[in-house]
Design a protein around this ligand. Sequence first.
Ligand code: ARG
Length: 459
Amino acid sequence: MSRFADPQDPRFRAINTSIGFDYRLAPHDLDQSTAHARMLARVGILSDDELAQLERGLEEVRAEIADGRFVVKDDDEDIHMAVERRLTEIVGPVGGKLHTARSRNDQVATDVALFVHERAHVARQMLCQLMTLLADRAEEHVDWSMPGYTHLQRAQPVYLSHHLMAHFWRLRRDAQRFEFCAHQAQVMPLGSGALAGVNFETDRDGIAEELGFTSVAPNSLDAVSNRDFVLDYLSAAAICGTHLSQLGAELVLWSSEEFGFVELPDAFASGSSIMPQKKNPDAAELLRGKAPRIVGHLTALHGVLHALPLAYNKDLQEDKEHLFDTVDTLELALNAASGMVDGARFHRERLSQAASDEMLAATDVADLLVKRGMPFRQAHGVVAGLVRHSIDRGVALSDLSEDELAELAPSLDAGYYEVLAQSSWLESKVSAGGTGLERVREQLVLAREILQQQSTLTR
Ligand code: ARG
């Protein structure tokens, strides 16, 4: 019997169905159903024999899905109904007992939580891989000088290692965000029923333990409607995507003829269909280009959840495509970033040539005046005058004569010429977190400790 007098309109089916995308949750749905069936047997709702039949049937469904033999039927609205329908075909009417003390509302929330937990862990592993490569490359190029930029204008020289490690620390924060997200997805919704709980004394803690959750949701209304852990994943992914776009953008610039700081691996570049000389940094460009789509998914899910009344609403079905595309996009981007960082070859000459512009020492000259007692603001003005004068004369700062100095900056002494010797510019940055070599080495030690801790995390 059905409550409905009329069959579903195909147009209703078309908008209502989710099997086309939630099929991907099948492994988690099967894990969950198996744990649920065991719990039902533990509390005496199913007999041992019924449990054995259900376990056998669920294993058979799992095998069919794993090797692509599973056939989706027209009536399979979503993965949960498809699994139950096939299970019942295999084991007979006992299959219908699986849904005792469970609703699709707590079921789907549980599947999504399991999925998010798994992918947050994968994101952390991939981030660790990329961070390790950045630290490796930083160590290999620890004392290579290059210009540091503000406004994309040469500002002060830094070590390439320092620059690479800047990306490391951004990604480190991303890894922490995914850790938080994994944590949020470890509260089990299952056992909340449709919205109010179920009419049986169930053993939620036992299922939670079997599925790897650390606790059970304390409020059934919240449990079936909570998608915060999806927002957490999308937020972490959006920020991480932004970071990867920034890394990608630099690789695009640096690999251009104009900069010539880096050569990307051939395996991560494409040619042009018309210009034979071209080597295009496509993957780095796509790190830029793909990032906003994750932000779009995050924005969309905020829209879906906005002002939604408690508890389950079908709107929530819209969480999945945003989540799945984000996972796919982020994992693609992280892998490609690792490949490029791993294979990048830096050009020492070009980097140090660009960093040897004496103008980059202007702040150091001002600081010299400060050390001789002049207020920094005034020193800034004096050095600006020197810079202007040397540009007007078309000579380098170090080519200014002592007479010129005496006239333009009477408080400057011969220390001026020493400060302009390139080697001192970087090593004078002795402050904690600065680019001085000792400080970079400190960062690297800290980075290795963090990576070591991360590698011991299993989930
Ligand atoms: N496919 C649904 C979803 O993804 C499963 C839950 C259906 N629940 C319901 N009350 N119709 O949200």
